[in-house]
Design a protein around this ligand. Sequence first.
Ligand SMILES: NC(=O)c1ccc[n+]([C@@H]2O[C@H](COP(=O)([O-])OP(=O)(O)OC[C@H]3O[C@@H](n4cnc5c(N)ncnc54)[C@H](O)[C@@H]3O)[C@@H](O)[C@H]2O)c1
Length: 445
Amino acid sequence: MKLTIIGTGYVGLVTGACFAEMGTHVICVDVDEQKIEGLKRGVMPIYEPGLEPIVERNYKEGRLVFTSSLEDAVRETSIYFIAVGTPPGEDGSADLSHVLAVARGLGALIDRYSVIVDKSTVPVGTAEKVRDTVAEELKKRNVSVEFDVVSNPEFLKEGAAVEDFMRPDRIIIGTESERARKTMHDLYAPFTRSHERMLYMPVRAAEMTKYAANAMLATKISFINEIATLCDRMGVDVESVRVGIGSDSRIGYSFIYPGSGYGGSCFPKDVRALIKMAGDAGVKPKLLNAVQERNEDQKHILPQKIIRHFAQGLKGLTFALWGLSFKPGTDDMREAPSKVLLRALIEDGAKVRAFDPVAMETAKRELPAEWFDSGALELCEHQYDALDGADALVLVTEWKSFRFPEFERIKGLLKSPVIFDGRNQYDPATLKALGFTYFGIGRGQ
Ligand SMILES: NC(=O)c1ccc[n+]([C@@H]2O[C@H](COP(=O)([O-])OP(=O)(O)OC[C@H]3O[C@@H](n4cnc5c(N)ncnc54)[C@H](O)[C@@H]3O)[C@@H](O)[C@H]2O)c1
């Protein structure tokens, strides 16, 4: 089989590479010519564990092709995955301009039965919009070409994207067309060898499933963060509570880790978009609003703890920051809690020496140039370099290399032995015994 992926970002590149790995011929299209040229030279545009060798191997073997010409791709394939970005618009709704631009492009080019797959996260009703847009373009050309639009939302996690794609919990296919269903079934067959993972449903249900899944996960995080805030006020360690409730199989342990709030390119924008969708449908989304509000507040909790501890003000102080990416395993800093923390510290006059195992290049691109120019922010080559002469260590992303650090070394490098742990990685009693002043999230302080 042959297919085209349009949009070669986190989702598009992983999808393309994984299909190619299973033997499918894949053409990856992107409007970003620099990205395409880089990929042809073997330069990965993103960090994703395990992805590079798959891309390299399949590119070399000719199963994975990169181009910026949709026209070239349409000549060779009749299955199109739309995997372009759907960033939040001004009013919180998902911006569909890239998706619809692709639909127009396809409508202007296709000349045989085609299956167009919405892989991007898109609001309920988007498949109909894509269908109408393609139909309009065909009408302009005065041609009649059959096509189906399918919703196939993606559930991969950055940091484990290849594994998630190769062994998905489920593959959601939203379509009312038997012909498109058969195409999707055949395409995904190599991923469902051990047991059936395909779930077929109406297209609008598939679109809603993606938002409902992300909103549920975001709700779990905001729930435990709210409990953590209560715990802080009431002298309770939330970590005991977390284990206490997680052991209930109806609740489970996943996604109830208290921390500095959720970030990334999905949860914040998808919760916002679902709120907008609810409003448009005449529903007041009370729970979703609360989930979002709690998360915004959560990102400020760690800086507030720091400001409270250094009551004389942050001017003249230096902080070592461990972690920049929104979560471990990725270089993605979209809506990362580290950004809120950095802004709070720097605007209060502090300097920050930061380290992240993979997100340093992203930080150089995405953080304000004046922070670097003024010396307010310095990126350090090694996690221990960041500590040199700092007044405290602040951990905001729970990379594995931060989990069991050399505490004596940390103590020796810091000016004062203070740790602000935004992900509850450390045990307060152990750190106290080692002579640290320790602040976590919801540890009853
Ligand atoms: N990142 C994730 O973890 C994740 C997981 C599941 C779903 N999603 C969803 O998948 C979609 C893509 O997300 P992403 O993180 O991969 O985005 P991304 O920003 O990393 O990549 C999008 C790519 O699309 C390209 N593009 C934009 N317009 C184009 C056009 N007209 N033609 C061709 N290429 C075009 C961009 O240049 C970019 O390379 C979003 O809707 C997102 O919500 C993302």
